[in-house]
Write a protein that binds this ligand. Structure first.
Ligand SMILES: Cc1ncc(COP(=O)(O)O)c(C=O)c1O
Length: 399
C-alpha cells in the first residue's frame, strides 16, 4: 500500500535524540545523549501516596473527563508559582495546564503559525521545538548567540529583515548549550519585541534547577503588553512521566490555545493533574528541588573535572549555572556527527550538534547531558569520549 500522507509530513523528521536513545539499551552503554532527569530523584513513594489519596478522596471524579483549562486548584498553584517567579499579576485566568510543555509548543504552533511564517530562534535551539513548529511549516530564522545568550543587535537585524511572527527563546540553562540569557539582554529583547509587535515564546523548563549564581527574573516578568507566552513544566522538578506543564500569558491568547487543546486531547490527564496538585499540597517540593539542584551541581562539576582531565586541549565546553546539559565545541575540521559511530562502538553516547540548528549547520558541536549518569559512569564515559576525540583529531590533521 502506498500511503498518501499529508504534505506537511514531508517536512517532519524523527528526533535525532529519540533515534539515538534506541541504542541506549545496549549493555555497557553509557549515555550522555538523552535529556533524562536523574531517576533516583523521582519521588516514587510520595507519588504512590498521592495517587492513593486522590482516589480515596475524589474517587470516580478523578477518573472522569475534565475541563480543558486544567484542574482549578492546580491552576491556582501554578499561578502562584508564576508570581513567585516575578510575574506579579498572574492568576489562574492567565494559565492553561498542558500535557507537558511540549504540548504547549505544539498548541502555540497551531494557533500562530501559517505556512512560511518566519520564526526567530536561538542558534542552536531545542530540537523538539523545531519539530513542533516544523509541523506548521514555519520558516526558521536562527539568530546569533554568544556566552550571554541571544544577541539583541543580531535579533534586531533579523526582525527588520524577516518580519517574523514570533521569537522562541529558552533563557535559563538553554537546551542544548546550557547558556543563560543575561538580565540586561532580557530587557533589551523584550523592548525590541514590543517595539516591533512580535510575540515572545519563553520556554523555561529548567529555571528552578539553578545550582550556581543568582536567579534572573523571566522575560514574562517584564511583560506589560501581553506579548509573552511563558511555558513551564513539572517534568524536571517532579517527574516527566505525569506529563503536566503549563502556558501562562494574556487571556485572549489562552482562549485560542484552549480551543486548540480541545481538538488535541480535550484536557490533560485528570488524575495526573490531581496527583501533581496533591504532591504540591502535601509534600515539601522546595526541599525536593533543592536535592535535585545539589545532585546536578555535583554531577556537572564532576563531568567538568573529567573533561578537563581527559579531553584534548582543542575541545572546549560551556559551564552552565543550572539545568542538565553542557555543549562541547570541537576544533575546526572535526565533525561531531562523524564521531558518533566510533563512540557507539566504544559504548558512549552523545547528541551531535547539527540537529539543534534549524539550518543543519553546527557540525562542530555535541550536547552532553550530565543529570542522568552517576559519577562513576560519568568518569568512564568521558574517558571513552576522550579516546574518540583524540582519534577524530588525528583524522582531521591527516585530512
Ligand atoms: C527546552 C525544552 N522545552 C520543552 C521540553 C519538554 O518538556 P515536557 O516534558 O514538559 O514536555 C523540554 C524537555 O526536555 C525542553 O528541554
Amino acid at each position: 500500500m502506498e500511503y498518501n500522507l499529508s504534505r506537511r509530513m514531508g517536512q517532519m523528521r524523527p528526533s535525532a535524540v529519540r533515534q539515538i536513545l534506541k541504542v541506549t539499551e545496549q549493555p555497557e552503554m553509557i549515555s550522555f545523549a538523552g535529556g533524562l532527569p536523574a531517576p533516583e530523584c523521582f519521588p516514587v513513594a510520595e507519588i504512590a501516596e498521592c495517587a492513593q489519596r486522590v482516589l480515596a478522596e475524589a474517587g470516580a471524579q478523578a477518573l472522569q473527563y475534565a475541563v480543558t483549562e486544567g484542574f482549578g486548584p492546580l491552576r491556582e498553584k501554578f499561578a502562584a508559582e508564576m508570581r513567585g517567579r516575578g510575574v506579579v499579576g498572574c492568576t489562574a485566568e492567565n494559565l492553561l495546564v498542558t500535557s507537558g510543555s511540549q504540548q504547549g509548543l505544539d498548541l502555540i504552533g497551531k494557533i500562530l503559525i501559517d505556512p512560511g511564517d518566519a520564526i526567530l530562534t536561538e542558534s542552536p535551539t531545542y530540537l523538539a521545538a523545531i519539530q513542533a513548529f516544523q509541523a506548521y511549516e514555519a520558516r526558521f530564522v536562527p539568530v546569533r548567540t554568544d556566552e550571554l545568550g541571544l544577541i539583541p543587535e543580531a535579533l534586531e537585524e533579523s526582525i527588520l529583515r524577516e518580519r517574523p511572527k514570533l521569537l522562541y527563546v529558552i533563557p535559563n540553562f538553554q537546551n542544548p548549550t546550557g547558556i543563560t540569557l543575561a538580565a540586561a539582554r532580557r530587557q533589551a529583547i523584550y523592548d525590541l519585541a514590543r517595539r516591533h509587535g512580535i510575540l515572545i515564546v519563553e520556554d523555561d523548563p529548567y529555571g528552578k534547577l539553578r545550582y550556581r549564581g543568582v536567579e534572573i527574573p523571566p522575560i514574562a516578568s517584564l511583560d506589560e503588553a501581553g506579548i509573552v507566552l511563558y511555558l513551564s513544566t513539572v517534568s524536571k522538578t517532579i517527574t516527566p512521566g505525569l506529563r503536566v506543564g503549563w502556558v501562562a500569558g494574556h487571556p485572549t491568547l489562552l482562549r485560542s490555545l484552549g480551543i486548540a487543546k480541545q481538538a488535541a486531547d480535550l484536557h490533560t490527564s485528570n488524575i495526573d493533574q490531581r496527583i501533581v496538585d496533591r504532591y504540591l499540597t502535601d509534600f515539601d517540593s522546595a526541599a525536593h528541588i533543592e536535592r535535585i539542584r545539589q545532585l546536578y551541581g555535583a554531577r556537572f562539576a564532576w563531568m567538568d573535572n573529567c573533561l578537563t582531565a581527559q579531553m584534548p586541549g582543542e575541545f572546549h565546553w560551556t559551564h552552565p549555572e543550572g539545568g542538565m546539559f553542557l555543549w562541547v565545541s570541537c576544533p575546526e575540521g572535526v565533525d561531531a556527527g562523524a564521531m558518533l559511530p566510533e563512540a557507539i562502538e566504544r559504548k558512549v553516547l552523545f547528541v551531535p550538534g547539527k540537529d539543534f540548528f534549524p539550518d543543519g549547520s553546527g557540525q562542530r558541536f555535541m550536547r552532553l547531558n550530565f543529570s542522568n549518569a552517576p559519577e562513576a559512569k560519568i568518569e568512564i564515559g568521558i574517558a571513552r569520549l576522550a579516546e574518540v576525540a583524540r582519534q577524530a583529531l588525528v583524522m582531521a590533521e591527516k585530512a
